[in-house]
Design a protein around this ligand. Structure first.
Ligand code: ACM
Length: 261
């Protein structure tokens, strides 16, 4: 399975322009699975609920229709983050579009920083779906900070975690090593670059998108400050070998009866 991470620098609020550039980036590297950043085409640093609502979209938006068309045309699964409007509520969401028309929506479980002012905490729980010869799980950015997120996806059978991100802290790209090894999954963290200066605050995103294998190999590593399209071929079945040696298994050896306080 060929995976492509798209690392972009969206222009805040220019949804149509950002979507067109994302589609062109995807077209430059035909793949089975594309992982795009969190808030891939809206921009990230909202300043009010009203502004967030004005940029948020339901699943029938023209941006999502353009990505649907790209998924069909490229015969590929496309996973991307966007601000979702669902009735009166706003979610930080990720959508997986499959070329046969199937779709899987995930709403971010662990909101980061001022997202808590603008979005409701996700209510979908972690999702895993089948695509070609892989099981793909969805997580969004700060979910990485809670080991339970990737562990839950691994327990649900994910081979690959499609991790759309807008990272500002410097740790995740290295922490993915531990999460990939401990859960024996592929982790595909697609991050954005650039600085967003909105009102008094500037946020700088750390780029450095990574694809890490169940053995902790960095199969892809993006630049820190530039846009990039990064592709690698993987065998998802490598994530189904949970055994470390004849005595140890990454998931079966858990002792959950001792974990809950
Ligand atoms: C983040 O969750 N966007 C850091």
């Amino acid at each position: 399975m060929k995976i492509t991470l798209v690392q972009n620098h969206p222009v805040f609020g220019d949804k149509a322009g950002n979507v067109a550039r994302l589609v062109a980036a995807m077209e430059s590297s035909p793949s089975d699975l594309y992982v795009l950043p969190e808030m891939a085409y809206s921009g990230y640093q909202f300043t009010s609920v009203e502004e967030t609502r004005s940029l948020a979209e339901d699943l029938g938006s023209s941006s999502i229709d353009a990505l649907r068309a790209a998924s069909r045309r490229l015969d590929a699964c496309v996973v991307f983050g966007f601000p979702e409007r669902a009735g009166n509520l706003l979610y930080n969401s990720s959508l997986a579009l499959l070329p046969d028309g199937k779709e899987y929506l995930y709403r971010k479980t662990h909101l980061f920083y001022k997202e808590k002012l603008f979005f409701s905490p996700g209510d979908t729980g972690f999702k895993v779906f089948d695509f070609r010869n892989a099981k793909i799980g969805i997580a969004i950015c700060f979910d990485w900070f809670f080991p339970e997120s990737f562990r839950t996806l691994a327990l649900k059978g994910a081979d690959i975690v499609a991790h759309s991100s807008n990272l500002v802290l410097p740790y995740c790209q290295r922490a993915d090593f531990a999460a990939a090894v401990q859960n024996k999954v592929f982790i595909a963290t697609a991050n954005r670059v650039g600085t967003e200066q909105r009102e008094a605050e500037a946020l700088t995103f750390t780029g450095g998108s990574v694809l890490v294998s169940p053995k902790g190999e960095y199969l892809l590593e993006g630049p820190r400050e530039k846009e990039a399209v990064l592709s690698a071929d993987i065998d998802p079945a490598a994530a189904r070998v949970k055994r470390l040696n004849p005595w140890n298994d990454a998931l079966d050896d858990r002792r959950p009866e001792f974990y809950d306080l």
